[in-house]
Design a protein around this ligand. Structure first.
Ligand code: PEP
Length: 267
């Protein structure tokens, strides 16, 4: 059986000034029992402006630093952009790639997403690749086709570090809507993603890549999402801005340290 550690990622999006970021980390820490947190990998992904503040605030604490996007070049005339080298320099270990808000609001295509995946891995950052269908695509029965396409495009030629990739299944209609996917929908999608990962990367690597669920995760639904086969953790948006809610999510995750593999995907 492959053991994949629980991974919970908080995506702060465009929220929190520097003092607010410091306060959020402090409040979260005050609410958490550090030894209990040892079983969960927790990543905080603040906006670029708060990365160095959060990097300092989490020193000696059980969190890792993540960014919300990156540019695929290391440096150059790309006004407003931030590269993987710069994120590494700030202490980032993870970076979110292909979030549906970036695809929708900033025109990120699968080709751009693939370049960002390569850049992240080149700099030793673990990319959290977001994939997911819109509501219309689900209604027209295209969910699996979209997931397969986004996955195969993003993972094309990413190189030997592909085992460091994390996938986040984020149905677009569930993000920020207060309407999480159902247990059956999550189960079906994660199983499909695992099947595709094994087909694309081979049994060993395909079985080791964590698959997170994201979309209106709260303390009320995390307890039913984590025991689903092939759900290794969660990508949390709104709820991670509230230290009480995020601490509850982390506590529930730390009490459920094992992820369950589908019987057809043994080690
Ligand atoms: C997200 O932005 O990745 C997300 C899952 O947001 P929310 O939890 O608010 O739906």
């Amino acid at each position: 059986m492959v053991q994949r550690r629980r991974l919970i990622v908080g995506n702060w999006k465009m929220h929190k000034t520097i003092p607010e970021a410091r306060e959020l980390v402090q409040e979260l820490t005050d609410l958490l029992d550090a030894p209990a947190m040892a079983s969960v990998t927790t990543v905080l992904a603040p906006p670029f402006t708060a990365l160095s503040t959060v990097a300092l605030a989490i020193q000696g604490r059980p969190y890792l630093l993540g960014a919300q996007t990156l540019h695929w070049e290391d440096q150059g005339a790309f006004t407003g952009e931030v590269s993987g080298v710069m994120l590494k320099d700030l202490g980032c270990r993870y970076v979110i790639v292909g979030h549906s808000e970036r695809r929708r609001c900033f025109g990120e295509t699968d080709v751009i997403v693939q370049k960002k995946m390569v850049a992240a891995l080149r700099h030793g950052l673990r990319p959290i690749l977001c994939i997911g269908e819109t509501w219309d695509q689900r209604l027209s029965d295209h969910t699996e086709r979209i997931l397969s396409l986004q996955l195969s495009e993003a993972l094309t030629d990413v190189g030997k570090e592909v085992g460091d990739v994390v996938i986040a299944y984020e149905p677009v209609w569930a993000i920020g809507s207060g309407r999480s996917a159902t247990v059956a929908q999550v189960h079906e999608a994660h199983l499909h993603i695992r099947t595709q990962l094994v087909a694309l990367l081979g049994q060993d690597t395909g079985a080791q890549v964590p698959i997170l669920y994201g979309g209106s995760v709260t303390p009320d639904n995390i307890g039913e999402l984590l025991p689903i086969h092939e759900v290794d953790g969660a990508l949390v948006g709104s709820a991670c801005l509230n230290p009480v809610l995020f601490a509850k999510i982390l506590q529930i995750a730390s009490a459920s340290p094992e992820s369950y593999q589908h019987p057809s995907f043994p080690a």
